[in-house]
Design a binder for this molecule. Sequence first.
Ligand SMILES: C[S@@+](CC[C@H](N)C(=O)[O-])C[C@H]1O[C@@H](n2cnc3c(N)ncnc32)[C@H](O)[C@@H]1O
Ligand SMILES: Nc1nc2[nH]cc(C(=O)O)c2c(=O)[nH]1
Ligand code: SF4
Ligand SMILES: [Mg+2]
Length: 249
Amino acid sequence: MGKSQFSHAPAESTRGPGHAQLLVSETFLSRQGEGRLTGTESFFIRTSGCNLRCWFCDTPYASWDPSGDRQSIESLVDAARQSGAEHVVLTGGEPLLPAAATELSHALMEAGFHLTIETAGTIDKPIPCDLLSLSPKLADSTPDPQQHPRWSRLHEQRRMPLDTMRKLIDAAIAFQLKFVVGDAAQFDEVQDVSRGLEVDNDDVYIMPQGVTNAQMDAAERWLRPLAESAGYQYCDRMQIRWFGNRRGT
Ligand SMILES: C[S@@+](CC[C@H](N)C(=O)[O-])C[C@H]1O[C@@H](n2cnc3c(N)ncnc32)[C@H](O)[C@@H]1O
Ligand SMILES: Nc1nc2[nH]cc(C(=O)O)c2c(=O)[nH]1
Ligand code: SF4
Ligand SMILES: [Mg+2]
């Protein structure tokens, strides 16, 4: 028998629509701090668990050491409604990883929210959203092979499937690429990937690697001119400026 579009999702949804559950590390009301919608009030849903292991991950509680509670789609849509926000940001961890990710995205869009999905773009899955916020992981993100041999190998194998990323972009209503850059030497890879994905420079955002204002200030001096001279957008991670690097913001 052929697989339906949603056949990967639903062992957990045998009790009917909305009952499927996902492991969620946190939900919170904040403002979008990154990219094109910076400043927009948004309800954030952070799934727990990731198929990658960036050494610099700023949410290790949703990747390296995934924790959280199982929450149903119904309860997540209710919580988004209660928040009063019109925008929802689905992030992680890797939000495309849970079996129920597609069903959750449909439920949020059917409830009328503007949905942004923050993803590293390595999982081939039909997923609806208003803004696909794709952050491809550069070679420098790979964890140390001596300390983490298994994750270093898996991360390297998984991090850059351009064909999968292109499919996700094509399926989305709109998209942006957000590259995390820590060193000028990584810029060649940014340009190779952007060209490989055949995207316009206007859709490419360059963000500094770092979780403090001091790191962002230092990076901005060399990274902003580099990004702008290549025709890309430079963007700070404004949540760090507004709230500090704190959970739930
Ligand atoms: C924690 S990730 C979750 C979504 C998805 N796994 C991803 O990486 O796109 C959310 C965003 O934070 C960025 N990020 C994570 N750690 C960072 C760091 N140390 N400095 C700058 N950006 C970081 C990611 O690149 C991504 O754009
Ligand atoms: N305020 C705020 N904006 C964000 N944009 C993307 C985030 C993420 O962690 O995916 C994030 C986040 O964690 N907080
Ligand atoms: S892909 Fe995203 S969530 Fe996963 S380890 Fe990297 S930054 Fe963290
Ligand atoms: Mg974040």
